[in-house]
Write a protein that binds this ligand. Structure first.
Ligand SMILES: Nc1nc2c(ncn2[C@@H]2O[C@H](COP(=O)(O)OP(=O)(O)OP(=O)(O)O)[C@@H](O)[C@H]2O)c(=O)[nH]1
Length: 304
């Protein structure tokens, strides 16, 4: 698997969904966890239902945080659909953070989210935020109140604003990360985190399907990603190999291997984005692409 690193400690990575009512402090928590190191939050209007909120990378681990805005109480038929999509995503991530505002207490909004959480087997960590605003003695009764409603995998009280206990939360999360690849370059700043992760998901499927016949240095570049009027996200990606023989392997007999890669990658990308996806894959031979600066730039790797 692409997740193992040569001889060193294995790399662990995973997807973590953050859910919670508006204003509970989701963005503040993400900023505190990720800090200035990778400022990838894009202000562009949201085009897919899920959005990568941020990527945390440290030593041998990487966490891709997903924002699943559809989880709120639906106001319309479309909202209903969005709740279903969000629950679908929740079922596939490695862990979910359910963020609550400890200074506000338990309300209808939280109860609705808890009902949705019951539809999935994913471990849910109850994160009680804004503890700086409450008396310490108020914490235990509140934990008891929430815990009576759901079997949370962990309960972690924090203050995202003051940074209290946020490191503990990251340590706790590490337990839930399976062995996996580094989806996103550790030191890149970009507006398009989704593209990096989509490319890595495709690359991972190729390596898996070709059973190591293809070198790990294979590259995938997302050339085009747009939302069509019907809401389907269309993605065009190029797989770069170094030799003609490798092109044959990646395409497979009558295109069978590439088709399977496309099918598996599309399934994962649909879960990541929370939208239907149309995925087109091309294979191109680019001799010694690793030595070409311009290609590296196109692929998102910057030297400067
Ligand atoms: N006192 C206190 N305030 C906090 C804490 N965390 C967040 N806040 C404040 O709560 C408000 C909302 O925080 P955001 O991070 O924007 O909340 P959000 O959940 O991302 O909000 P939406 O984008 O509406 O979903 C801001 O004014 C924050 O400064 C905390 O731990 N303590």
């Amino acid at each position: 698997m692409s997740g193992s690193t040569k001889g060193k400690e294995k790399f662990h990575s995973g997807f973590v969904a953050i859910v919670g009512r508006p204003n509970v402090g989701k963005s503040t928590l993400i900023n505190e966890m990720i800090g200035q190191k990778i400022a990838i939050m894009s202000d562009k209007p949201q085009t897919t239902r899920n959005k990568i909120h941020g990527v945390y990378t440290k030593e041998n681990k990487q966490i891709v945080f997903l924002d699943t805005p559809g989880i709120h109480k639906p106001q319309s038929k479309l909202g209903d659909f969005m709740v279903k999509a969000a629950v679908g995503t929740l079922g596939e991530v490695d862990a979910a953070l359910f963020l609550i505002d400890a200074s506000e207490g338990l309300g209808g909004g939280d109860r609705f989210i808890i009902e949705q959480l019951k539809n999935v087997k994913t471990p849910v960590i109850l994160v009680m935020n804004k503890i700086d605003k409450i008396h310490p003695e108020a914490l235990l009764p509140l934990i008891a109140q929430y815990s009576a409603l759901h079997d949370f995998a962990e309960v972690v009280p924090i203050s995202a604003l003051q940074g209290n206990n946020v490191n503990t939360l990251l340590d706790v999360l590490t337990k839930y990360l399976p062995e996996g690849p580094q989806y996103y370059p550790a030191d890149q700043v970009t507006d398009h985190p989704e593209q990096f992760v989509c490319a890595e998901l495709i690359r991972e499927k190729i390596l898996h399907q070709t059973r190591e016949e293809i070198p790990h240095s294979i590259a995938v570049s997302i050339e085009d990603m747009r939302v069509q009027e019907n809401g389907v996200v269309s993605i065009g990606a190029v797989i770069f190999v170094e030799r003609d023989s490798q092109k044959g392997i990646v395409i497979g007999k009558q295109g069978a291997l590439l088709k399977e890669v496309g099918r598996l990658a599309r399934r994962d990308i649909e879960l990541l984005l929370g939208s239907r996806v149309f995925l087109e894959l091309w294979v191109k031979v680019k001799k010694d692409w690793r030595n070409h600066d311009r290609v590296l730039k196109d692929l998102g790797f910057r030297n400067d």
